[in-house]
Design a binder for this molecule. Structure first.
Ligand SMILES: Nc1ncnc2c1ncn2[C@@H]1O[C@H](COP(=O)(O)OP(=O)(O)OP(=O)(O)O)[C@@H](O)[C@H]1O
Ligand SMILES: [Mg+2]
Length: 214
């Protein structure tokens, strides 16, 4: 049988997300309460759930599907682009958020910024929009992020899930499809996958392959 498990069984909320560490769980839940206003930086290797959490956290804060402004860092070319991203009419922004949300959400993917003027513009925007806009950044290159940006932010490193941590989620996919699976065989599959490459995406492809054999 053919199943796209990454699509069908992706976590739909922060409570479905598989936390490899309890630190991550705590920080995410603190953000979900809407009390923390500091920008949030996710870093970690490929397939650790950074982009997923960038989308799930706003929904958790708003308790409904949040409206997001998503950009790839590489599409920001100048300091003006940074100011435009946050909107130049700050007086409006300070009073209103889109759809009466708790925050306006600025989601910056694949963060890598080396241009000094852009970095300065971002620092200014992070300060000026604090409390109104919540900026959530993801990157594989945490070592390259300017300290001024790091200093203003909460930093959360994500790790790929260990096989036994991912196991209950994998098991639910088989239950969801009404397919019996041998626990030992499933765990072995996750262990082999993890040993080849520690990347949560690979678990989904390995499970798709198990379904294909059925
Ligand atoms: N902790 C997790 N629990 C459940 N599913 C996860 C988890 N982490 C990642 N996934 C799933 O793995 C896939 C990749 O996740 P995501 O795109 O968030 O990774 P990423 O960290 O942004 O990777 P990259 O650095 O390559 O952009 C998605 O299908 C996502 O649903
Ligand atoms: Mg990503």
């Amino acid at each position: 049988m053919y199943i796209n498990t990454a699509k069908k069984y992706a976590p739909k909320s922060i409570s479905d997300f598989i936390y490899q560490s309890s630190d991550a769980d705590e920080v995410i839940n603190a953000y979900a309460s809407g009390v923390i206003e500091r920008p949030l930086i996710f870093h970690g290797s490929n397939g650790t759930g950074k982009s997923l959490l960038q989308r799930l956290i706003p929904n958790a804060i708003e308790k409904r599907e949040a409206s997001l402004h998503v950009v790839k860092c590489a599409d920001l070319k100048s300091a003006d682009d940074i100011h435009d991203l946050y909107g130049r009419n700050k007086r409006f922004n300070r009073t209103f958020t889109i759809n009466e949300q708790r925050f306006n959400y600025i989601i910056i993917e694949e963060f890598l910024m080396t241009n000094k003027k852009m970095i300065d513009a971002l620092k200014i925007e992070l300060d000026e929009t604090l409390g109104t806009d919540l900026t959530i950044i993801s990157t594989n290159r945490f070592d390259k992020i300017d300290y001024g940006i790091v200093s203003r932010s909460e930093v959360l490193g994500l790790l790929p899930c260990e096989p036994h941590v991912f196991f209950p989620h994998a098991k639910k996919m088989f239950e969801g499809e009404g397919v019996e699976v041998d626990d030992a065989q499933l765990l072995k599959c996750l262990e082999v996958t993890h040993a080849l490459k520690a990347d949560n995406r690979k678990y989904y492809s390995a499970i798709d392959a198990m379904f294909r054999k059925i």
